[in-house]
Design a protein around this ligand. Structure first.
Ligand SMILES: Cc1cc2nc3c(=O)[nH]c(=O)nc-3n(C[C@H](O)[C@H](O)[C@H](O)COP(=O)(O)OP(=O)(O)OC[C@H]3O[C@@H](n4cnc5c(N)ncnc54)[C@H](O)[C@@H]3O)c2cc1C
Length: 404
């Protein structure tokens, strides 16, 4: 939508093809329906959120930065506000107002929107090797076009329309597709007890990804237990590191520190205080003062301590084990949830085959790419939408008004 509107604003004749019967289905559910549009991070910090492939984004970010994005939406009547971690949201907390603004922007500049029109193939002129049009599925029609911006998204949340069509269209034209994998994805655990804890949310826990003896990555945030394992912002953030190790066939565990503000000695002191004054109390009851009720049997079980043991009979070795479980509560990761449940897709159009200064294909003249379809994915916090908007704007800026 931003690519279409921006190209039209430059005076190009633009047709937008959307397979759904309405626009912006995914955009409308972003940020839990509030749309975390971008982030206030400055350029280098911003781009670090995309890992090694991030450098591809420098030109796009310079062409349309987070500041430009905020100014653009403000001009379209969408005021924004900043929240925790520099996250930018529409001031009215409504993702649909972002979709509406883009629709109005396109309309104002005369984009012809064709809904329920699923692009099937990009037609290339055999003689020149340049783009000549787009074939639409089920309609037996081909729309003539000198340039095409492919913006079909990744493979995540396919019910929104992003089913990876762009990969096959680009592949048919000789592009390499880096295998799509889930990113920002919940994970399944070998342990089955998360099912019993389903819905339990742990706020502000420190989570570390561990592979063998190595600590791979660590973050503090909120975690939620699900019927298959664990999810929540901190798990999604760490999932890139988890998936990478699993892909290499390495074992992966997740260590949860339930009391990140305390070191081991502090934890033991806390346990002593909790246990000392209540010698006749059952340890199961005493622990309810320290962790959510549902977690108590699991933690005691991990420490090999019966729930009905009286506090006065807890040995110092048991107390140490309990402190250990509070600081390093382990879960074994089995696999990520399927790509359909991932917030974004890692992999996609190989960046080596796209010019980062223009977003044009290095293989087919007149073919441009933007958004999640590219082999770019970032952290949570508004980075992915900014990448989509920046690459869209840059592609639109570089489509020639007429081919020489
Ligand atoms: C639940 C959820 C929440 C998210 N929240 C955030 C957030 O708050 N902030 C953030 O930065 N990122 C968020 N993301 C990620 C972000 O939504 C995506 O990275 C972004 O939408 C990618 O934009 P895109 O335009 O490349 O692709 P998409 O938004 O996927 O749009 C692609 C469009 O192309 C259409 N299409 C596909 N194939 C065809 C075809 N063959 N013919 C015609 N049309 C076709 C689709 O129907 C769709 O409308 C979230 C993702 C999910 C799933």
């Amino acid at each position: 939508m931003l690519a279409a509107g921006s190209a039209a604003e430059r005076g190009l004749r633009v047709i937008l093809l959307e397979r759904n019967a309405r626009l912006g289905k995914k955009l409308g559910i972003t940020g839990d329906g509030r749309c975390n549009l971008t982030n206030t991070d400055e350029r280098d910090a911003f781009i670090r959120n995309f890992g090694a492939n991030g450098k591809f984004l420098y030109r796009a970010f310079d062409a349309f930065s987070n500041h430009d994005l905020v100014a653009f939406f403000s001009e379209q009547g969408v005021a924004t506000k900043e929240e925790r971690g520099g996250r930018i949201f529409p001031a009215n907390d409504r993702a649909d107002s972002v979709v509406g603004a883009l629709e109005r922007y396109m309309k104002r500049h005369g984009v012809a929107v064709r809904l329920s029109s699923r692009a099937e193939r990009i037609v290339v002129d055999a003689a020149s090797g340049a783009v000549a049009g787009v074939r639409i599925r089920d309609r037996e029609t081909t729309i003539k076009a000198e340039n095409v911006i492919l913006a079909t998204g990744g493979l995540s949340y396919p019910a929104t329309g992003s089913t990876g069509d762009g990969y096959s269209m680009a592949k048919a034209l000789g592009h390499t597709i880096v295998p799509p994998r889930p990113a920002l994805v919940p994970v399944e655990t070998a342990e089955t007890f998360p099912k019993d804890l389903q819905g339990l949310s742990l706020a502000g826990v420190a989570v570390t990804v561990v592979s063998g003896r190595k600590r791979i990555a660590s973050e503090t945030g909120d975690l939620i237990f699900t019927h298959y394992g664990i999810s929540g912002p901190v798990v999604l953030s760490l999932s890139g590191a988890i998936v990478e190790r699993l892909d290499r066939g390495e074992p992966v565990a997740v260590s949860i520190n339930l009391k990140p503000a305390l070191d081991r000695a502090g934890l033991e002191d806390l346990l002593i205080r909790e246990i000392a004054g209540s010698a006749r109390k059952l340890i199961g009851t005493a622990m309810k003062g320290l962790v959510p009720k549902a977690l108590v049997p699991v933690l005691l079980n991990a420490g090999g301590i019966p729930e009905e043991r009286q506090c006065g009979r807890i040995t110092s070795a048991e107390r140490k084990r309990l402190a250990g479980s509070l600081a390093d509560f382990r879960l074994t990761v089995k696999r990520p949830r399927p790509i359909e449940e991932a917030v974004v897709t890692r992999g996609g159009i190989d960046l080596k085959e796209v010019d980062p200064r223009t977003m044009e294909s290095r293989k087919v003249k007149g073919l441009y790419f933007c958004g999640e379809l590219l082999d770019i994915d970032g952290s949570t916090g508004g980075y992915n939408l900014q990448a989509a908007f920046s690459t869209a704007r840059l592609a639109a800026a570089n489509v020639p008004t007429s081919r020489p």
